[in-house]
Every structure is written in structure tokens, then in C-alpha cells.
Design a protein around this ligand. Structure first.
Ligand code: YXS
Length: 260
């Protein structure tokens, strides 16, 4: 069985490399399970920093959720135990910073994954597209909150409403990217930042990361509002438009939305 990711430890930094380029590093259940397993192994070794990257030179860092694994209809495509949701929580809950190193384009759930990482270091080939509106998917509250925590509302809305890729320079101006560096310097630059982090008190870094996680989720919503959101989202994933978007993608044709 081909490994979908590569794992290595360099100077006490855990490095996970997405390595399924022929499938554009789609976040399939299998790849997600491999990523989570690697994070668990690194956590058992108490590695203070993790880098999440793709193999060098790819055009696509990750094409996001594996569309073939999305429910065709009548089921929440992003429920709590969905593979994408599990990997997002694994990154948030990792004991220390997880740094995304991005070369190439990032799509949909993978865009949420980079937004969930603690930092993003990228080169000028990076782009970020948030695609639920293109895929007919009723994104979920925790995912939208990741973007609200990262970006001004108007920018987050533009990303969701247009589903258009946001290019590296603009991503840097907007703060999606911590540092925009030349491709050949990407990993060394990131390992340098990791070295600085590791020179600090890990007890302090870990408890600060956990506080950021708790505070970034501290968003009051009433049970009635939550249930209303779930009802609204169900109308979308039960709709013709959701089924049509998935089918059109798989049939390689543009979707015909009719608002039903
Ligand atoms: O023709 P074959 O069978 O080789 O398959 C094609 C594509 O169908 C397939 N592929 C995918 N399969 C499953 N899930 C995907 N996300 C996915 N993306 C691509 O890979 C083969 C090569 O794709 P192709 O020919 O289009 O390559 P390209 O180089 O011309 O274009 C690369 C992309 C990434 C620009 C293009 O593949 C693309 O736009 N992919 C979809 C990106 C996207 O919208 N991802 C969002 C997935 S849904 C998701 O993440 C969340 C649920 S949500 O939407 O809510 O954010």
C-alpha cells in the first residue's frame, strides 16, 4: 500500500509531508487517518513543533476534501466525525504549534486546514480558495469561525461567497500567510522559526496554545440558534443544488443551480 504521507523528525521537529500528488493530496479518510496517526506519534515523543507540508514542487498543495467521499445527498457532509473535522481538531489539539508550509494551491477543506494551523509560511505559488459555495456545501459553524478568527469579516465573506482563489501576495497582505518566502527557502525558514520556538519555555508555549484554542472557540450561541443553523444546513444538504454540485463535479461539468 503506497504511503499517502511521509513522516520525519528533523532537529526535534515533526515533519508531515502530504505525498499523494496523483490524487492532488485530497484529504481522503485514509490520508486524514495517516496525518492523525503521525500527530499522535509526534505527540507521544513530545515533539514541540510540527510542520505540515506537501512534496516539493507540487502545483496543488491539497485539493481539499475528497469529493468522492462526500455524501451524495441527505447527510451532513461535515458532521463532527467527518474526516476533515477530525484532522482539524487533531491540529488544534496538538500540544505545540503546527506550521503549514505551502507551495501550490489550497482548496476547500485544505484551506480550512491551513487556517487551523497555528502559522502559515508560503511561497509565491500559494493560493487559497474556500469552495463550499461552489460545491453546494453548507459549511459548518466551527469552520466559519476559523476564518472569522483569521480574517476581517468582509474578506472571509468574499472567500466563501466567491470561492475564488486568493493569491499569495494578497494572502500575505491579509495575514493568511505569516511569511512569504522564496520556494527554496521555505523549509529552512520554517525550521528556523521552529528553532526559536523550541528555545522558549515549552510549558509556556503549550499552555498559551491551549488558551488560544479555547478563546478562539469561545463564541456564545444559544441552543435555539444552533438548532436553527442545523435546520438551515439540512435544507442545503437535502437540496437538489447540493446533489447537483457533487454530481456535476464528478461528471466534470459545470453545476446548474436552481435554488431548490
Ligand atoms: O479525471 P480524474 O479521475 O483523474 O480526476 C481529476 C479530478 O476529478 C480529481 N480531483 C478530485 N477528486 C476528489 N476530490 C477533489 N477535491 C478533487 N480535486 C480534483 O483529480 C483529478 C485531476 O484533477 P484535474 O484534472 O481537475 O486537475 P487540474 O490540475 O486540471 O486542476 C487542479 C484543481 C485542484 C484546480 C482542480 O482539480 C480542482 O478545482 N479541484 C477541486 C478543488 C476543490 O474545489 N476542492 C473542494 C473539495 S470540497 C471541500 O473541500 C469541502 C467539502 S468544501 O467544499 O466545503 O470546502
Amino acid at each position: 500500500m503506497m504511503a499517502l504521507i511521509q513522516k520525519e523528525i528533523r532537529n526535534n521537529v515533526g515533519i508531515i509531508t502530504l505525498d499523494n500528488p496523483k490524487k492532488l493530496n485530497t484529504l481522503s479518510e485514509e490520508m486524514v487517518n495517516d496525518i492523525i496517526k503521525a500527530l499522535d506519534e509526534f505527540s507521544a515523543k513530545r515533539l514541540p513543533v510540527v510542520v505540515l507540508k506537501a512534496t516539493d514542487g507540487v502545483k496543488v498543495w491539497s485539493a481539499g476534501h475528497d469529493v468522492k467521499e462526500l455524501p451524495r445527498k441527505m447527510r451532513d457532509p461535515l458532521s463532527y466525525y467527518d474526516s476533515l473535522e477530525r484532522v482539524l481538531r487533531a491540529v488544534e489539539q496538538y500540544l505545540g504549534p503546527v506550521i503549514a508550509v505551502v507551495h501550490g494551491s489550497v482548496w476547500g477543506g485544505a484551506c480550512d486546514l491551513t487556517m487551523t494551523c497555528d502559522m502559515v509560511i508560503a511561497d509565491d505559488t500559494a493560493s487559497f480558495a474556500m469552495t463550499p459555495a461552489k460545491m453546494g456545501v453548507p459549511y459548518n459553524l466551527t469552520g466559519i469561525l476559523h476564518f472569522m478568527n483569521r480574517l476581517p469579516l468582509n474578506i472571509a465573506k468574499e472567500m466563501f461567497f466567491t470561492a475564488s482563489p486568493l493569491l499569495a501576495k494578497r494572502a500575505q497582505e491579509l495575514g493568511i500567510i505569516n511569511h512569504l518566502v522564496p520556494e527554496k527557502e521555505l523549509l529552512d525558514f520554517t525550521l528556523d522559526i521552529a528553532k526559536t520556538i523550541m528555545s522558549r519555555s515549552q510549558l509556556s508555549v503549550e499552555v498559551i496554545k491551549e488558551q488560544f484554542r479555547i478563546l478562539s472557540k469561545a463564541f456564545p450561541i444559544s441552543p435555539a440558534d444552533f438548532e436553527r443553523v442545523q435546520g438551515l444546513r439540512r435544507k442545503v444538504y437535502d437540496s437538489h443544488d447540493y446533489e447537483e454540485a457533487i454530481t456535476a463535479f464528478l461528471e466534470k461539468r459545470p453545476p446548474h443551480f436552481n435554488g431548490q
